[in-house]
Design a protein around this ligand. Structure first.
Ligand code: AHR
Length: 351
C-alpha cells in the first residue's frame, strides 16, 4: 500500500513537469499552430503573449535576422549603417547577411534565420516577386517578418507585419513633374534616356511608372532609350556610354539612383559633353556624392529617398514582439533638391 502511494506521488510529479514544460516551451510553437486564416484576421493576437514573446522585457536579447540586398550603392551603405547602429542602440543581437543583389542568397539567409529560430526577420527584397514560399515558411514557424525599403507582390499580406519605406511611385512622379515643368513650352521633341534600377525591383518598376505617368501629358517628352544599370556606378557608366554611341541627340537623363547618374556623368564628360548643361540630369536618392554633383550643377534635380530606416525598424520589432498593433504600411517622408537647394543642404547632410 505504502509503495503504491509512493508510485502515485511520483507519477503525479512527472505529469506536472510535462505540463509545465509544454506551457513554457518555445514561444514560436504558439504561432506555428495558428492557421493562416486566423493570423490574417487578427495579426495583433497571433503571436505569443508579450511575456513569452518580448525578450526585450526579459534578460534575453532580441535576435533580429536581417537579409540585406547588397552593397550596390551609396544609399545601400547608408541604409546598412543605419540598421547596424540602431540595432546596437536597441540592444538587439543582429544577424546580418548581404545577398549581393541575388534573390536566391536572400532566400537562403531567411531560411537560415528560420532554422536559428530568431525572434524577428527583416529584409529588403531584391525583387518584388517570388517570395510566397519562404514567407509562408517563416509564418508557419511563427517568426514575424518586417519588410524595409522594398516590398513584395504577395497577395497574402499576412506574410509580413508591416512594410517600412519610401513611396517609389511618388518619387518617379516627382521626377516626372520636374521634367514636365522644365519643358512645358518645348516646341521640339525632348529626347530622354532612362537608367533603370535592378530589373524586377520595386524601385525600378515604380520609379519608371511614376515618371511615365507624369510626362505622358506632353507628347514632346519622349523616352528614346531605357535600360537597367542595376543601381551601380559601373553599370550606369557602361550603359550611358552605349546610349551616347547610339543617340547623338540626348537632351535628358533620368537615372533611378545617384550612383548610376554619377557613373553616367563620367561617360558624358569622357564624350566631351557637359553634364547638367548639354544633358540635363535627374536622379533619385540624394546621398552625399549625388548632392555634391548637384551642388556643382552636374545633376539638375534630385528626388530624395531616405535610407535611415534603422530607428523605425527597431521600433517596429519591439512593437511586434510586444504584440502591439502596427500599421501595415509606414511611409518615409522625403523631399526634393534643385542644384541651389543641394548646395544649401550639403553641409548638414547625414548620408
Ligand atoms: O531600394 C532603394 C534603392 O536601392 C536606392 O534608390 C538605390 O540607390 C538602392 O540601390
Amino acid at each position: 500500500m505504502k509503495s503504491f502511494k509512493k508510485w502515485g506521488v511520483s507519477l503525479a510529479l512527472v505529469a506536472l513537469m510535462v505540463v509545465v514544460s509544454a506551457c513554457g516551451g518555445n514561444n514560436k510553437g504558439s504561432n506555428a499552430s495558428s492557421s493562416p486564416a486566423e493570423s490574417s484576421k487578427a495579426p495583433a493576437t497571433e503571436s505569443a503573449s508579450p511575456s513569452e514573446s518580448a525578450p526585450a522585457s526579459s534578460n534575453k536579447k532580441v535576435v533580429l535576422g536581417f537579409a540585406q540586398v547588397g552593397a550596390e550603392s551609396g544609399w545601400r551603405t547608408a541604409n546598412t549603417n543605419s540598421i547596424k547602429e540602431s540595432a546596437g542602440e536597441a540592444g538587439f543581437d543582429l544577424k546580418f547577411s548581404d545577398a549581393q543583389q541575388k534573390q536566391e542568397n536572400q532566400i537562403k539567409a531567411i531560411r537560415s534565420y528560420i532554422q536559428q529560430k530568431v525572434d524577428v526577420i527583416a529584409f529588403s527584397p531584391v525583387v518584388e516577386s517570388g517570395w510566397d514560399t519562404v514567407l509562408k515558411e517563416a509564418k508557419d514557424a511563427g517568426i514575424p517578418v518586417i519588410l524595409t525599403d522594398r516590398s513584395v507582390d504577395s497577395k497574402d499580406t499576412s506574410y509580413y507585419k508591416t512594410f517600412i519605406g519610401s513611396d517609389f511611385v511618388e518619387e518617379g512622379r516627382k521626377a516626372g513633374q520636374w521634367v514636365l515643368d522644365q519643358y512645358k513650352d518645348a516646341q521640339k521633341d525632348v529626347n530622354i534616356v532612362e537608367l533603370q534600377g535592378t530589373t524586377g525591383s520595386a524601385p525600378a518598376n515604380d520609379r519608371k511608372s511614376g515618371f511615365q505617368e507624369m510626362i505622358k501629358s506632353n507628347d514632346k517628352l519622349k523616352i528614346i532609350a531605357s535600360q537597367t544599370g542595376d543601381f551601380t556606378r559601373a553599370k550606369g557608366k557602361e550603359v550611358m556610354q552605349a546610349f551616347l554611341k547610339a543617340h547623338k541627340n540626348i537632351d535628358v537623363l533620368y537615372a533611378h539612383n545617384d550612383d548610376m547618374a554619377l557613373g553616367a556623368i563620367q561617360a558624358i564628360e569622357a564624350a566631351g559633353l557637359v553634364p547638367g548643361k548639354d544633358i540635363v540630369i535627374i536622379s533619385v536618392d540624394a546621398v552625399k556624392d549625388g548632392m555634391t554633383a548637384a551642388s556643382e550643377g552636374k545633376i539638375n534635380f534630385i528626388v530624395e529617398c531616405n535610407p535611415l530606416l534603422g530607428p523605425q525598424l527597431m521600433q517596429a520589432v519591439n512593437d511586434v514582439l510586444a504584440n502591439k498593433e502596427i500599421p501595415q504600411r509606414i511611409v518615409t517622408e522625403e523631399s526634393t533638391f534643385t542644384s541651389e537647394q543641394a548646395k544649401e543642404a550639403l553641409p548638414t547632410r547625414k548620408y
